[in-house]
Design a protein around this ligand. Structure first.
Ligand code: GAL
Length: 662
């Protein structure tokens, strides 16, 4: 075994040599050296090659690949290969196949076709894990274990009978009695009261709307079930390999909301994630930054690994544009700017066959004589020069609260507006703060909030009493707390808190809302003093808060839209609507100023800045996403350009600087 490479930002990606004839392997090593690759993830989808029939293990090819990588000084993040079963396995044990909400079996022929609750699948996967760990735990190239791959990506939720049984057992552990379950699920409604555990089913397709708490618990159950699977694989690895770090790659990108990563993260020796830029989003690069901050929050502020991203196009959108020149560098360095110490890609060599043949890779179809490969080599060289940054931490004075349970609940059946997306307020505030050079830690509501000058609470619909108290305590201690619309409404059982919204935050905000007025898609409402609200509005009355802006038209004309209540040395700000960017930006300017936060650096909009710091120094990241050169005041050594800079530094259009500050 070997140490994870930390003398540089680790650079590499998924390596699938089984897709290529042996003669290509030597070429792979030559090109990896040229590109500065320091690690690969190996074996993610290799089960059918490692165990071609039940109990027949074939390791010689993997031995050879591991040996060669080791000889070339390339660290291996070795997968347990349990992400996708081989065809013989699904044929012999069809009961492992997942079932969708409509009761349809999801057949093999793609990947991850296994039921999360299947004991049969689990036994077979653990047997393979055991063999892998036994064989490779002392291999000199082994530096990390990669359990499965992107748990839940395609096989959750599963609604099969095995899951139904496992769900009942999970519910019995959670509630102990049927009375407690009936109370939590509110089954007095629509004749849903249960009198026998055996009658409880997964939330399969129904005549009309299902029970929201039933659905919420099914999310919790799914996340817990797969976490348990991960822990079982980890335990098997640990028996052979107690000292090598173990991780599984999360998917902290927008739209993936199947696992509660706050539960998963403490079980990772290092938090790793995959991120792909989604072209159709209104602000794809702001979303990238958000998810870097979220991953850092999951890691408790520690450096994390970007296990996968793409050099250029992906293959899974309706239209998959290639990245513009500069974007590969900018995207990669955005992750490092937000705390990543590893830059991994899917995948090393672009496939010739299979459904990912048009997904970009480090080595494109065009081969080494291509701009893309030259760009990859340049990026690998930059990663090499960034070694001194490894281990440092990102500085942030703002906490933005994020909770997968609240996200699940907001997406539940029959809400006031299906057009309300949990992420909208969070992403908007984060983007506008990013535009202002203000960095956020995206953290769970239970996180320690004591060190933050500003705490943003976006659409925290479902919240525990404890978390609400911690937000209030942060305000009492002097933080500026910013609560947006549709927060504090429900408790963890998804029961509405009575007496007026926003229930859990009513007293803190000094605001009482009698009725919700979600806006229609595209509808806006004018605000006194200029600007307009979007997405949402609420019929609020103040009870101790100062009104900053009221609605100027519509059914709520004259009612408060934005308020502020002084709390000790801090304040509690309330946003009953989502103001347009300019209006919200002005408000955030005021909040940031009142909180005494100084932006990381003074730069034009479109230039992103963060700072990482360690005991030995600080590094200013400047990511110029614009088409114009940008100048700023900073003196030091730019690790990207490999040159001393300052006191006035120019960062050319569509490139980046990482300045070790003098
Ligand atoms: C990830 C997955 C990779 C590859 C990639 C394509 O979800 O882990 O194996 O499929 O997406 O973007």
């Amino acid at each position: 075994m070997r140490q994870w490479p930390d003398d540089r930002v680790a650079f590499g990606g998924d390596y699938n040599p089984e897709q290529w004839p042996r003669e290509v392997w030597a070429d792979d090593l030559r090109l990896m050296e040229a590109a500065g690759v320091s690690f690969v993830t190996l074996g993610v989808f290799s089960w059918s090659w490692l165990e071609p029939s039940k109990g027949e293990y074939v390791f010689d090819w993997l031995d050879e690949v591991m040996d060669r990588l080791g000889e070339h000084g390339i660290a291996v993040d070795l997968a347990t290969a349990t992400a996708t079963p081989p065809p013989w396995l699904s044929a012999a044990y069809p009961e492992i196949l997942p079932v969708d909400r409509e009761g349809r079996t999801l057949w093999p022929g793609s990947r991850q076709a296994w039921c999360p609750s299947s004991p049969v699948y689990r036994d077979l996967a653990l047997a393979l894990t055991d063999r892998m760990a036994e064989r490779y735990h002392e291999h000199p190239a082994l530096a990390m274990w990669h359990v499965s791959n992107e748990y839940a990506c395609h096989n959750l939720p599963c609604y099969c009978d095995t899951c139904a049984e496992a769900f009942r057992r999970w519910l019995e552990r959670r509630y102990a009695t049927l009375d407690a379950l009936n109370e939590a699920w509110g089954t007095a409604f629509w004749s849903q009261r249960y009198t026998d555990w055996a009658d409880v089913l997964p939330p399969r397709i129904t005549t009309t709307f299902g029970n929201p708490t039933h659905e919420l618990d099914y999310h919790r159950f799914g996340s817990d079930t797969l976490l348990d699977f991960f822990l079982a694989e980890k335990e098997v690895i640990r028996r052979h390999s107690p000292d090598v770090p173990v991780t599984t790659n999360f998917m902290t990108l927008s739209g993936f909301r199947l696992l509660d990563y706050h539960d998963w993260a403490p079980h990772q020796d290092v938090v790793s994630t995959d991120h792909y830029v989604v072209d159709a989003l209104p602000h794809p690069r702001a979303e990238l930054s958000f998810h870097g901050d979220l991953t850092r929050g999951l890691a408790g502020g520690a450096p994390w690994m970007l296990m996968e991203h793409s050099t250029s196009a992906v293959n899974w959108q309706p239209v998959n544009p290639a990245k513009r020149p500069g974007d590969t560098l900018l995207d990669s360095l955005t992750h490092v700017a937000r705390g990543a110490d590893t830059l991994g890609f899917f995948q090393w060599r672009q496939s010739r066959a299979g459904s990912e043949k048009f997904h970009s890779a480090l080595v494109p179809h065009a081969g080494e004589d291509s701009d893309r490969f030259r760009e990859v080599c340049a990026l690998g060289a930059v990663a090499g020069r960034l070694g001194e940054v490894v281990g440092s931490r990102v500085e942030a004075e703002v906490a933005l609260l994020w909770d997968y349970e609240a996200e699940w609940a907001v997406a539940g059946p029959c809400m006031p507006s299906a057009a309300l997306d949990y992420v909208t307020a969070a992403h908007t505030v984060h983007r506008l703060l990013r535009d202002r050079g203000v960095t956020c830690d995206v953290v769970h509501p239970d996180a320690d909030l004591s060190g933050y000058r500003v705490v943003v609470v976006p659409t925290l619909y479902l919240v525990s009493d404890e978390a609400a108290a911690s937000v209030a305590a942060a305000a009492e201690a002097g933080a500026h707390v910013v609560v947006t619309y549709f927060s504090g409404i429900a408790d963890p059982d998804d029961h509405v808190r009575l007496g007026g919204y926003p229930g859990a935050f009513r007293e803190l905000l000094g605001v009482r809302v009698e009725e919700l007025f979600p806006l229609r898609v595209g509808e806006t409402v004018a605000l006194e003093g200029g600007g307009h609200g979007t997405v949402w509005s609420e019929d609020a009355r103040t009870a101790g808060a100062e009104v900053l802006q009221s609605y100027a038209d519509g059914p709520l004309a004259g009612r408060p839209a934005v308020t502020r209540r002084a709390v000790g040395p801090g304040a509690a700000w309330y946003l009953g609507t989502l103001p347009d960017d300019a209006t919200l930006g002005r408000l955030l300017d005021r909040i940031v100023a009142e909180a005494g936060i100084t932006p990381v650096a003074a730069v034009p909009t479109g230039v992103e800045v963060t700072r990482r710091r360690s005991a030995t120094g600080s590094w200013l990241f400047v990511l110029n996403h614009t088409d114009d050169d940008c100048t700023l005041q900073v003196t030091g050594h730019d690790l990207v350009a490999g040159a001393d800079v300052g006191p006035v530094t120019t960062v050319p259009a569509r490139t980046a600087a990482v300045v070790r500050e003098a």
